[in-house]
Write a protein that binds this ligand. Structure first.
Ligand code: UDP
Ligand code: MG
Length: 315
C-alpha cells in the first residue's frame, strides 16, 4: 500500500498506536485535541487499535462517532507497535506527520516546537530523546544501555540512546520511510538509515499514566536482537573469526602433542581435557549455527512477502 498524496486540508497527521489502552485513550484524546487546536493548523488524528483485547476499539468508535478529526484503524490481531504505526503512516494525509504513544510518556508540549523546526526547514525530522530513565526497572536500563553501546559498535547506523518513537517528520521523510518494504521493521534503525537532518528535543522521562509497559524483558531482548540482525552482518563475521582462531588453536595443539610424543614418548593422558575441548568446540559451533539461523529466519520472513498487517475495520 502506498501513501495517499498529501492533501492541503490536513497539515499535521498525528499517528497513535494503541494496544489494550482503554484507560489511557480518552484522557489522551482530550489532551491531544487541545494541543492540535493550539497549533492553529488543520490536523487529523489517526489512532490504530493493534488488536486490543479490552475496550480500546469500542472507545475509539465512540469518539470517532462524535468527533470528525479522529480516524481509527483496527487491525485484525496484535501485529506489534511497528506494524500498527506503519498502518497509520500509510494512511496519513498530512504535509507533516507525528507519531507518539498513547500512554502520556511523550510530552505533547513538544509538538509546537517540533513542528516549527520542521516547517521552517531547520530540519527534516524532529525527534524526542529522553535524557534519563527514571522510574524504569534498573535491570532494564542496564541492558538498554548495553544494547545501545553494542549496536553502535556493530551497526553502520547511528542509533541514538534514549530516542523515542515520538517523531515529527516532513512528507519527504515519510515517503522515504514508506519506500522501505521490509517486514522486519526496526524503526530505531530505519529512521537513521533513511538519513535527512534530525533535530533532537530532550526531555526528562515521564511515567505511564496508567497500565504497564507492553514490553516484557524477553520481548525487548528479541526486539534488540531483531535490530542487530536487521542492521548489521557483523555477528556473522564474528562467527567466522571465532572459527578461524579455533582452527589455529587446534593446529598448535596438534603440533604440541606430536612434539611431546616424539620427545618424551608418552601418550597424552587425561580425558577430562579432551571432553572440555569437545564441549567448547561444539558449543561454539551451535552458537554460530544459531547466528546463521537468525539471519535465515529473517530472510524467510522477508521472502514470504506477507502484508505487514491486516485491517479489520477503519473509519
Ligand atoms: N503498542 C502497540 N502494540 C503493541 C505494543 C504497544 O500498538 O503490541 C503501543 C502502546 O499502546 C503504546 C505504544 O505502543 O501507545 C508504546 O507502548 P509501551 O508504552 O508499552 O512501550 P514503552 O513506552 O514502554 O516503550
Ligand atoms: Mg510507554
Amino acid at each position: 500500500m502506498n501513501s495517499e498524496p498529501s492533501s492541503p486540508d490536513v497539515v499535521l497527521s498525528i499517528i497513535v498506536p494503541c494496544y489494550n489502552e482503554e484507560k489511557a485513550v480518552s484522557v489522551f484524546f482530550d489532551d491531544v485535541i487541545k494541543t492540535g487546536a493550539s497549533l492553529k493548523v488543520p490536523f487529523e488524528l489517526i489512532f490504530i487499535d493493534d488488536g486490543s483485547k479490552d475496550d480500546t476499539l469500542r472507545i475509539l468508535r465512540e469518539i470517532a462517532a462524535r468527533d470528525a478529526s479522529l480516524h481509527y484503524i483496527s487491525l485484525s490481531r496484535n501485529f506489534g507497535k511497528e506494524a500498527a504505526t506503519l498502518a497509520g503512516l500509510q494512511s496519513a494525509r498530512g504535509e507533516y506527520i507525528v507519531t507518539l504513544d498513547v500512554d502520556g510518556q511523550d510530552p505533547l508540549s513538544l509538538i509546537p516546537e517540533m513542528l516549527n523546526s520542521v516547517v521552517s526547514g531547520e530540519c527534516d525530522c524532529a525527534g524526542a530523546r529522553r535524557v534519563d530513565r527514571l522510574g524504569e526497572p534498573p535491570v532494564r536500563s542496564f541492558f538498554a544501555r548495553r544494547f545501545y553501546k553494542l549496536i553502535k559498535k556493530f551497526a553502520d547506523i547511528d542509533v541514538v540512546d534514549g530516542a523515542r518513537d515520538f517523531r515529527l517528520m516532513s512528507r519527504k521523510c515519510l515517503d522515504a520511510l514508506l519506500s522501505l518494504p521490509e517486514r522486519n521493521r526496526f524503526s530505531k534503525g530505519i529512521l537513521p538509515w533513511i538519513g535527512f537532518k534530525t533535530k533532537w528535543f530532550e526531555y526528562k522521562n515521564i511515567e505511564r499514566v496508567s497500565g504497564k509497559s507492553k514490553w516484557s524483558f524477553w520481548k525487548l531482548f528479541l526486539y534488540a536482537l531483531d535490530g542487530m540482525i536487521a542492521f548489521s552482518s557483523k555477528p556473522l563475521a564474528i562467527a567466522s573469526v571465532m572459527g578461524f582462531f579455533l582452527f589455529i588453536a587446534a593446529l598448535a595443539l596438534i603440533v604440541f602433542i606430536v612434539i611431546r610424543k616424539l620427545t618424551f614418548g608418552d601418550p597424552v593422558d587425561g580425558w577430562a581435557s579432551t571432553v572440555c575441548i569437545i564441549l567448547l568446540c561444539s558449543g561454539i559451533q551451535l552458537f554460530t549455527m544459531g547466528i546463521l539461523g537468525q539471519y535465515m529466519a529473517k530472510t524467510y520472513t522477508e521472502v514470504k512477502q506477507r502484508p505487514h498487517f491486516i485491517i479489520k475495520e477503519a473509519k
